[in-house]
Design a protein around this ligand. Structure first.
Ligand code: IPM
Ligand code: MN
Length: 361
């Protein structure tokens, strides 16, 4: 039995192939006896077969393992009677049941000219979006009002505890980084709509309170509409951005687009005791099973998992492995060895996986 037990849910669509690719890379990098990836069912396809999107056995394994690793979930035609997608319930149940309150979404431009933004070179876009992951507008999922097919409401819920802990997480993260590419300053940008809604004004005020404990990190503010312009016009200004759940969901996709797309967007959804790691993309059923999906987001999410485990267990060998994976991805892309289709190449999922393995130094 290996040192770390990883509950693995391959899921739907491209989930199995990108997950298998990442597991191959992580196992090769870490070597024998370090990681056990234990497979468990979950997602929309499993729901169709069994009636359960997150079986109890799977949930217990997620709760009792060292970390959770996931491919993707969701099939657009598999919905609940209220119209919401079944597959998404897998993530949402895990987020809320395991209190995964910080959804960490690195936005980083690798060498290889993958940004649609003009004249942006590698290193000029390197920030992290920290999305509050257990309240905000998502607190109402499955709990909103639906009356006679005439009136529906979803309420945006914020708590002082929820805001404090995600803000503190974001400030702490900034302290671990090297500041914004533009000026090297440690900066936390609070993304909200405090000008319009008191809930967001409260979000901002609690972040302000927390900032008093972080005099070394500059606090900055941007309204959710304005930040979409800044993320395009001055991406090098950002170091860490903290946002409520729904805003974080939206701006993290825009951020991913500025560095090449969802295929290179990793995510780590963490709380005080558990962590779920997956590419920020969806299940892309239209390209599933054709070996053309990019595994990069999932591979890089695996590196995030190794970093998180390294921190939690004071295990420096995992940090070294994470850095090896990240360097291999960087080298493979900069040398344009196997560029996946979403980044303008024609490399298959297998080609990308093999190229990463070859570049593990
Ligand atoms: C994401 C996704 C999820 C979300 C879905 C799959 C539940 O869009 O992780 O960004 O809405 O948060
Ligand atoms: Mn999303």
């Amino acid at each position: 039995m290996a040192k770390y037990q990883i509950a693995t849910i391959e899921g739907d669509g491209i989930g199995p192939e990108v997950c298998q690719s990442a597991v191959t890379v992580l196992q090769e990098t870490c070597g024998a006896g370090v990681l056990d990836f234990n497979q468990y069912p979950g997602g929309a396809t499993h729901y169709v077969r069994s009636g359960f999107v997150l079986p109890e056995d799977t949930f217990q394994a997620c709760r009792d393992s060292h970390a959770i690793f996931h491919g993707a979930a969701g099939m657009p035609d598999v919905t609940y009677p209220d119209g919401t997608e079944v597959g998404n319930d897998l993530h949402l149940q895990l987020r809320f049941k395991l209190d995964l309150y910080a959804n960490v979404r690195p936005i980083r431009l690798y060498q290889g000219d993958f940004s649609p933004l003009k004249n942006r070179a590698s290193g000029e876009i390197d920030y992290v979006i920290v999305r509050e992951n257990t309240e905000g507008l998502y607190a109402s999922r499955g709990a909103g009002v639906s009356l006679r097919g005439e009136v529906v409401t979803d309420t945006l819920v914020m708590t002082r505890k929820g805001i404090e802990r995600v803000a503190r997480f974001a400030f702490d993260l900034s302290r671990k980084r090297n500041g914004a590419p533009r000026d090297g300053k440690r900066r936390l940008t609070v993304c909200d709509k405090a000008n319009i809604l008191r809930s967001y004004a409260f979000f901002r005020s609690v972040c302000d309170e927390v900032s008093k404990d972080y005099p070394d990190v500059e606090i900055d503010y941007a309204y959710a509409d304005a930040i979409t312009v800044h993320m395009v016009k001055k991406p090098d200004f950002y170091d860490v951005i903290v946002a409520e759940n729904m805003f974080g969901d939206i701006i993290s996709d825009l951020g991913a687009a500025t560095v090449g797309g969802m295929g290179i967007a990793p995510s780590g959804e963490v709380g005080d005791t558990h962590g779920l790691f997956q590419g920020a993309h969806g299940s892309a059923p239209d390209i599933a099973g054709q070996n053309i999906a990019s595994p990069l987001a999932t591979v890089l999410s695996g590196a995030l998992m190794l970093r998180w485990l390294s921190d939690r267990h004071s295990d420096s060998s995992l940090l070294a492995s994470a850095q090896r994976v990240e360097r291999a991805v960087e080298a493979m892309l900069s040398e344009k060895i196997a560029i996946p289709r979403d980044l303008g190449g024609n490399a298959s999922c297998t080609d990308v996986t093999e190229a990463i393995l070859k570049h593990l130094t």
